[in-house]
Design a binder for this molecule. Structure first.
Ligand code: HEC
Ligand code: HEC
Length: 336
């Protein structure tokens, strides 16, 4: 007896025991039931954010959405999307994406409106996902968009309208192509061995019982195409700062000096006060106005452009302060 026939016989026995009529003992076992169009449709609910393809028929207004929201959403997300307790904030946050603590909401972050329909339809309300009708989802989507000032309060939203909406942060995403286009060099890439001039152990950033570090040694690490130095230099050139930049009315040195003192000089000083630092890192000091002035290009590159400094932002420099430094440098970095 072949394996499959044996299984078929066993199965037929089980089915017969259970009292089922066996219509065609040869091929069909009459188990399960054919999948229906309706079954498939209930699973096939994904929506293409960019084109809106997959959005079902239906529509809803902001006014209708207000009712759905108040009955089924506001207990967690707040009456105006401000978020209740630990539940997510749904509205607001515009312009905070580059802040230290970005407020990512539908209005400030989401790139596509059809995705909002998809998400709500699929996952909300949290305790009873997929319990809303399409019209209810359209309506509450309209309400959420209105909370975020994306549609007016008399808006009626359907598939076409959602696909046509340009969300505020639509262009805030970039296509990550750099790691697919890079040409990898795996061996014999460096023209010469690379000399290590600084490491975390010797900077006392990582306290260790035995501070040995690697300074002075060399490694052949392959062709490191772009060192930190050339990156910083390129950034500086690209931003056209330095002595040539034109003077304009901007922040004064009286505003800049306390920021430098508080955020940088605690480490970058002949006598650092930051715990763990016994000398100025890489000899870079900002104790005097002249020292600051002489290094504005570097300050801009590392603080405003790349934000590598302050190191790990240990001194909690704010975006506003970075902006102020940038403006001061762009205006020619006056120290009087
Ligand atoms: C019981 C609490 C609760 C209720 C009620 C609720 N939600 Fe949510 N909602 C959540 C939680 C929790 C998340 C985050 C889920 C996650 O990240 O996996 C969320 C996430 C969301 C998000 C995505 C937020 C973002 O930017 O990531 C939207 C939009 C949303 N809900 C809309 C709604 C709508 C519309 C309703 C009413 C139909 C609703 N929610 C009802 C708890 C709730
Ligand atoms: C917590 C200590 C600390 C603070 C605060 C700090 N730095 Fe640094 N800085 C370092 C260390 C450590 C290095 C060396 C990093 C390395 O080896 O790559 C460094 C290096 C530098 C360099 C030289 C980089 C190079 O490659 O030549 C500059 C310029 C600099 N920092 C500017 C600043 C500025 C401007 C601020 C304030 C906005 C600042 N740093 C705040 C620790 C600090």
């Amino acid at each position: 007896m072949s394996k499959s026939v044996k299984y078929a016989a066993a199965l037929a026995g089980i089915v017969a025991l259970a009292g089922f009529a066996i219509a065609d003992a040869g091929q069909q076992y009459n188990i399960g039931k054919p999948v229906t169009e309706a079954h498939i449709a209930s699973w096939d609910i994904d929506v293409n954010g960019l084109t809106g393809a997959g959005l079902p028929p239906g529509q809803g207004s902001v006014a209708q959405g207000t009712k759905v929201w108040e009955a089924k959403c506001s207990s967690c997300h707040g009456e105006f999307g401000e978020g209740a307790g630990k539940f997510p904030v749904i509205a607001g946050g515009t312009g905070t994406l580059t802040a230290e603590r970005p407020d990512k909401t539908v209005g400030s972050y989401w790139p596509y409106a059809p995705t909002l329909f998809d998400y709500i339809k699929r996952a909300m309300p949290f305790p009873a996902p997929q319990s809303l009708s399409n019209d209810e989802v359209y309506a509450v989507t309209a309400y959420v968009l209105n909370l975020n000032d994306v549609v007016p309060k008399d808006a009626m939203v359907d598939a076409k309208a959602l696909a046509a909406i340009k969300m505020p942060n639509r262009d805030g995403f970039i296509k990550a192509e750099w790691d697919t286009k890079n040409v990898v060099c795996m061996s014999k890439c460096a023209p010469a061995p690379v000399k290590i001039t600084s490491d975390l152990v010797n900077l006392h950033v990582t306290p260790e019982e035995k501070e040995v570090g690697n300074v002075g040694s060399t490694v052949d690490r392959g062709n490191i195409e772009e060192s930190a130095d050339t990156t910083a230099a390129a950034a500086t050139t690209a931003h056209g700062t330095g002595p040539g930049a034109k003077a304009a009315s901007g922040p004064t040195f009286e505003q800049v000096q306390p920021i430098m003192a508080q955020r940088c000089t605690v480490c970058h000083s002949g006598k650092p006060t930051q715990a763990g630092f016994s000398s100025a890192p890489m000899g870079v000091k900002f104790d005097t106005p002249a020292e600051i002035k002489a290094q504005v290009a570097q300050i801009k590159a590392l603080t405003v452009t790349s934000r590598q400094m302050p190191l790990g932002n240990m001194t909690h420099m704010t975006d506003k302060e970075r902006g102020l430094l940038g403006t001061w440098i762009a205006a020619g970095a006056p120290i009087k």
